[in-house]
Ligand binder design. Structure first.
Ligand code: ADP
Ligand code: 5GP
Length: 189
């Protein structure tokens, strides 16, 4: 108890963050809980409130923002959708003795690191833009317009990956999760 940290996983949309996160939660060498972000975007088919995201109306989100409830929050993809990490989520994870895993974008990660410098920042890299595009298409959840926008944002995010403590190419899910577990084991001592 007492050395619980924040672990951030970022990377372009489609690189495999959700897939890696769900396996990491099963295999983590330290007690770990996933922070459920709040968002104003619509749930995708199969997404569940308080499980995938806390889905908030625009008004509720802005009220909580004005109230200082977010550790970080921002509008992602320039379409008016807000995403944010609630301070209460991180605090309750740590007070349960758990490391808190955040799956958030690059700007959010930098904002968290500024406030909590012992945060561990991990960037999942697709290897190539072609691989990323294929994964987005195979996932079958986004329109052509949305895929193009995500690829554009991806180029920008990959350009900032040097700000991260660890850059891991997500070649196979198993290897990626093993590499993250090794990092956590080292830090847990
Ligand atoms: P993200 O959460 O980063 O947007 P997802 O976890 O939804 O990405 O993964 C996007 C797609 O790529 C999914 O169809 C997933 O099954 C697939 N995928 C994830 N990791 C790998 C990998 N290492 N190799 C091949 N496909 C992968
Ligand atoms: P999606 O709509 O595909 O679920 O997520 C879109 C993007 O929002 C991803 O890049 C994801 O990392 C980012 N994101 C999700 N939750 C948060 C959050 O709480 N804060 C920030 N800054 N970004 C988030």
């Amino acid at each position: 108890m007492g050395n619980e940290r924040i672990v951030i996983i970022s990377g372009p949309s489609g690189v495999g963050k959700s897939t890696v996160v769900s396996q990491l939660l099963d295999r983590s060498p330290v007690p770990m809980v996933l922070s459920i972000s709040a968002t104003t975007r619509e749930p995708r088919v199969g997404e569940i409130d308080f499980q995938n995201y806390i889905f908030l109306s625009d008004d509720d989100f802005q009220l909580r923002r004005d109230n200082g409830d977010f550790l970080e929050c921002k509008e992602v993809f320039g379409r008016g959708y807000w995403y944010g990490t609630l301070k209460s989520t991180v605090e309750s994870g740590h007070s349960d003795g758990k490391w808190v895993l955040l799956e958030i974008d690059v700007e959010g990660a930098i904002a968290v690191k500024q406030q909590k410098p012992d945060t561990i920042m991990i960037f999942l890299h697709p290897g190539s833009m072609g691989t990323l595009e294929q994964r987005l298409r195979d996932r079958n959840t986004d329109s052509e317009d949305s895929i193009q926008r995500r690829l554009e944002v991806a180029r920008n995010e990959i350009g900032k990956s040097n700000l991260y403590d660890h850059i891991i190419e997500n070649k196979t899910i198993n290897d990626t999760v093993n590499q993250i577990c090794d990092v956590l084991k080292r830090l847990a001592g």
